[in-house]
Design a protein around this ligand. Structure first.
Ligand SMILES: Cc1cc2nc3c(=O)[nH]c(=O)nc-3n(C[C@H](O)[C@H](O)[C@H](O)COP(=O)(O)O)c2cc1C
Length: 238
């Protein structure tokens, strides 16, 4: 693979890219099988070594964020995927979810394993009905195929459409059924997030980047990108 070859968007031009069959044709769900056979801490280390930084705006190192989740605490842990994408002019998570929702589901499985979580929540803003339908279908197909439901569940939550609900703690309030307003910190979500349990909140693209890292390795990911931000990213031109 050359450094200019697309990674996340590699097969978006195929008419069934969003289906389970279309995803599996290009190695879909081989990364989660590989990751589930690994020690969770080794998965976190791999993501740290890759240099992946969050694609939700602040660029926080993803592996480090996962490493903040306390281990052996006998509490439920949660993964929350931020698919609110309401920044004016921003349009990358929507096309990603339309073209390849399964890569996000696979990323959720890997991230849940790494942080010892059994539940992932995908928070999508309600206006993007086409995205909601597509992700919902992909989740149903993943359950029907036995990919989900074997220890890891994914719940789709439809937001009412408020820009502030893209902020991670407002999103958590909204997910809990309250009006979305940012919480005071500390405590940070890694300590007391969703339902006051240790929670990782990551952007769609961050989580969707993980399967390729598991399959191709940290060095491969490090070989792309800039000095301070490694790997690939999606750009929206508007
Ligand atoms: C007002 C506001 C709106 C935000 N909207 C989004 C959003 O739509 N999507 C997103 O992923 N992050 C958004 N963020 C950033 C999140 O709070 C959070 O940092 C991010 O989801 C973490 O994911 P990452 O580590 O994968 O980047 C927003 C932040 C603020 C302050």
């Amino acid at each position: 693979m050359t450094k200019l070859a697309p990674v996340l968007s590699a097969h978006w031009d195929e008419k069934d890219s969003f289906t389970l069959a279309g995803y599996k044709r290009h190695g879909g769900y081989t990364a989660s099988a590989k990751a589930l056979a690994m020690d969770p801490d080794a998965v976190i280390q791999l993501v740290k070594d890759s240099g992946l930084r969050g694609r939700g705006g602040a660029g926080f190192p993803t592996g480090m964020k996962w490493g903040f989740i306390p281990q052996g605490d006998n509490k439920d842990h949660y993964l929350v995927v931020n698919a609110d994408e309401s920044e004016p002019g921003t349009c990358k998570d929507t096309p990603l979810l339309m073209a390849n929702p399964h890569v996000l589901i696979e990323g959720c499985i890997i991230a849940c394993h790494a942080i010892r979580a059994k539940h992932a929540f995908i928070y999508i803003r309600g206006e993007v009905t086409h995205v909601v339908r597509r992700v919902n279908q992909a989740i149903e197909d993943a359950y029907a195929a036995g990919i989900l439901g074997n220890g890891i569940d994914v719940v789709l939550h439809i937001g009412a459409g408020a820009y502030i609900c893209g902020e991670e703690t407002a999103l958590l309030d909204s997910l809990e059924g309250f009006r979305g307003q940012p919480r005071l910190r500390p405590p940070f979500p890694a300590i007391a997030g969703l339902y006051a349990r240790p929670t990782v909140v990551n952007n769609v693209e961050s989580i969707a980047s993980v399967p390729a890292i598991v399959n191709n390795g940290a060095d491969w990911y490090q070989s792309m990108g800039t000095e301070k931000s490694k790997g690939t990213t999606l750009y929206s031109l508007s």
